[in-house]
Design a binder for this molecule. Structure first.
Ligand code: P6P
Length: 335
């Protein structure tokens, strides 16, 4: 593959240069975040703060620092009108919407932060939406963000693992870029990430087994039954407990990632957040030939009623998601 880099990829992308520029500043912010991640305890960013975020979760110093870095660096992109983050209760306005419209950036600045202290891969997830038609000439409101995932124009993540990689879609396939630690350049290392339709690998937190809905229990039980069971093949299980790491594995070699609804909080759709975790990952997965299902329909079609609403997430290899979808159908448990 001829080596190119993110800057060249974005300059050639058939999209509004203002959209490309937002991806560029996100990449720049992630280089800064990467520096703090890599310094670990030798830097100033480790440890928990005494605070909680809007989700009621203990904030790690790196959560807040990463959020501040994203706000400061991404605001430089001229087409960016407002931002929303897992770490902020409401939106962060940046500028008025131009007559030709603009863009909204949503992100989880540091996903998997409970893994920071144990040196396990973590990541940044981002999603870019258009400003609504009627927003021209005015400031953005929180309601302007409440768009279904199908409206996304770009999405991606950066995984801070053994390598630092960005996986990105602008709506025409999925590309991967690896950060060269020697010169800080994002070198394109894949031009067409695709997810195999079939798999032998699933990812779910099996500590929650007794809380799952019946269709999920059936699916997992059949995987565990292996070659002697109805699937006729053995499966492997993985659970990093860092969505970016688990989804990156699915993007790289196939598989199924599940954080489904469970009985622990029956009125909550799931643990993960729709706008800046499930939707960007679902966009990437669909663009790579996979599928993403929320127990009722496609993740990307889920109605959006709140900025921090949660979602049931089942995504990955298309044949497996089709099976999960069938098991969730009204007669799904008897077929
Ligand atoms: P559990 C990390 O806190 C996160 O939001 C996702 O990155 C990850 O997939 C999930 O929660 C892990 O949750 O309940 O297994 O610790």
């Amino acid at each position: 593959m001829s080596t190119t880099n993110l800057a060249a990829f974005l300059s050639r992308a058939p999209v509004d240069p203002r959209l490309s520029a937002i991806v560029g500043v996100v990449a720049e912010a992630c280089v800064a975040i990467n520096g703090h991640v890599r310094r670990g305890a030798t830097g100033q960013a480790m440890g928990a703060l005494g605070s909680q975020n809007v989700q009621g979760e203990v904030q790690q110093k790196l959560d807040v620092l990463s959020n501040d870095i994203m706000l400061e660096i991404c605001a430089q992109a001229p087409g960016l009108c407002a931002m929303a983050s897992e770490e902020m209760e409401t939106i962060h306005p940046v500028r008025m919407v131009e007559p030709e419209g603009g863009y909204l950036l949503l992100f989880d600045p540091l996903d998997g932060s409970s893994n920071i202290a144990v040196n396990v891969s973590i990541g940044t997830i981002f999603s870019i939406l258009p400003t609504p038609e009627d927003a021209a000439g005015r400031a953005v409101t929180e309601a302007d963000f409440l768009q279904p995932g199908r409206r996304q124009l770009a999405a991606g993540y950066v995984v801070y693992g053994p390598q630092t990689q960005m996986v990105l879609t602008l709506g025409a396939g999925v590309s991967a870029f690896t950060l060269d630690p020697e010169n800080g350049d994002w070198v394109q290392t894949s031009a067409t990430m695709t997810i195999p339709a079939e798999t032998r690998e699933f990812a779910i937190n099996t500590a929650n087994t007794r809380h799952w809905a019946a269709p999920v229990s059936r699916y997992v039980d059949e995987c565990l039954a292996g070659v002697e069971g109805p699937r006729g093949k053995d499966f492997n299980m993985r659970w990093v407990a860092s969505m970016v790491a688990d989804v990156h594995r699915v993007m790289s070699r196939g598989g199924v990632f599940m954080y489904p609804w469970d009985k622990r909080e029956p009125n909550r759709a799931g643990k993960l957040r729709l706008m800046y975790e499930a939707n960007p990952m679902a966009f990437l997965v669909e663009q790579a030939g996979g599928a993403s299902f929320d127990g009722q329909g496609d993740t990307l079609d889920a109605p959006v009623i709140a900025l921090h609403q949660r979602a049931s997430v089942m995504l990955g290899s298309s044949a497996e998601i089709a099976r999960l979808r069938a098991y969730h159908a009204p007669d799904g448990l008897t077929t």
